[in-house]
Design a protein around this ligand. Structure first.
Ligand code: ADP
Ligand code: MG
Length: 304
């Protein structure tokens, strides 16, 4: 067992940020903690990484208790906090050497810093100041510092938030690569991220676990469909879009706009375009929408 969370409650004053939460994460799993803002994701991660004590319940990482054996827990856990706090005036290499010092890596420091720079793709940036890096590269530095002491468990709090689409793909790839050798718990509010990176998803809302399942089961529930939004110049019977192979559902947003739910592994935009030409519908715009976690909740509570 990598992470054991048993009946954990955390209160801020009267408010329960976590309410009797229990989770087990096995060694080697890559697990997403999915939930809207305020769900309790960061609170959970701060407890696992010994930054906050729980009010009730038990948390163990590789058998070490977060309250009574926090030094041991910190040795086996790497943590990328939300908003990735870094020192903008430090140079990348200098910062990683500093973090290696905190972990008392001693003579291993230089070698580990070099390995981290290679592994996270910072070769061309390591001599720059952190403040001069793009957001994507800053995230790489954040992941490098989390990994420097070669922890068994990696906790990543919204590692892709605020990244542009290219940076997002790069960081997801990096997390997937790291996940081959580590236990990873990452938080996100983007469904597509779960699909791209994780074996399993735990959905949390208002401090309670509302679902815990392998990612492929969510796919079976059609929770991970992608949505194409298409706007036409005038109303028509867009129902025929449903006949395209791979389309799961067509919802009208208004007279001229539809949202087309498609299986996530297919890009059907060309088919929609061809059908529009065939039917003489003038297509004004078409693009993918990310499914939000709120939409997923709606499905979890109404459709299933
Ligand atoms: P998430 O990371 O899922 O957005 P958080 O764990 O940050 O959620 O927050 C869970 C709830 O606890 C929210 O309602 C938030 O406002 C509250 N909260 C978080 N941190 C504090 C704090 N330091 N003091 C008071 N309330 C807090
Ligand atoms: Mg958070």
């Amino acid at each position: 067992m990598s992470i054991l969370i048993k009946n954990v409650t955390k209160k801020y004053g009267e408010q329960k940020a976590l309410d009797d939460v229990s989770i087990k994460v096995n060694k080697g799993e890559v697990v997403a903690l999915l939930g809207p803002n305020g769900a309790g994701k960061s609170t959970m991660m701060k407890i696992i990484t010994c930054y906050l004590p729980p009010n009730e319940g038990e948390v163990k990482v590789f058998g070490h208790d977060v309250l009574s054996e926090s030094l041991k827990v910190r040795r086996v856990v790497g943590y990328l906090p939300e908003n990735n706090p870094l020192y903008p005036d430090m140079y990348v290499r200098e910062y990683l050497e500093f973090v290696a010092g905190i972990h008392k890596l001693g003579s291993r420091s230089k070698q580990r810093v070099k390995e981290m720079i290679d592994q996270t793709g910072l070769e061309l940036e390591h001599h720059k100041k952190i403040g001069a890096l793009s957001k994507g590269y800053r995230q790489r530095v954040g992941i490098a510092q989390a990994l420097i002491h070669d922890p068994e468990v990696l906790i990543l709090d919204e590692p892709t938030s605020g990244l542009d689409p290219n940076q997002l793909v790069e960081i997801r790839n990096l997390v997937r690569e790291v996940g081959k050798h580590k236990t990873v718990l990452l938080s996100t509010h983007i469904m597509q991220e779960v699909e791209a990176v994780c074996d399993r998803v735990i959905i949390i809302n208002r401090g309670k676990i509302v679902a815990d399942a392998p990612t492929h089961e969510l796919q079976l529930l059609n929770l991970t469909n992608r949505i194409i939004k298409a706007e036409f110049d005038q109303p028509a019977n867009f129902e025929q879009i449903k006949e395209i192979n791979g389309v799961v559902e067509v919802q009208r947003e208004n007279e001229t706009t539809v949202r087309i739910f498609v299986k996530s592994d297919e890009d059907l935009r060309a088919h929609v375009f061809k059908l529009a030409v065939e039917k003489n519908w003038v297509l004004l715009s078409m693009g993918y929408e990310d499914q939000t976690v709120e939409q997923v909740f709606r499905k979890l509570t109404f459709n299933t």
